[in-house]
Design a protein. Sequence first.
Length: 114
Amino acid sequence: MLIILRTLLLFVATALAEIIGCYLPYLFLRRQGSAWLLVPAALSLTVFSWLLTLHPAAAGRVYAAYGGVYVAVALMWLWKVDRVSLTAWDFVGAMVMATGAGIIVWGGRRASLA
């Protein structure tokens, strides 16, 4: 159970690093933000890449499972940072993605035990 919590927290941290790394250039390009925003953006994307290497599973499986967590974190960002109300479709989509991520993680864990 501890490894599942650790993996989930690592995925959330990874998603935040990716979103921040992409959001800051968005602010620069679309909202006339300072070019200095690109420095922490690059650092954040570097952290994102590094965090993906911390998972013990095969890279492709990690990326596939991470996608489900990323969607949920991106929707939370949409709600909290962009202040956009989430719809029922957002919740359904996040649940479908989380279910898919869970299947990939559980199936991959079982495959590596065999």
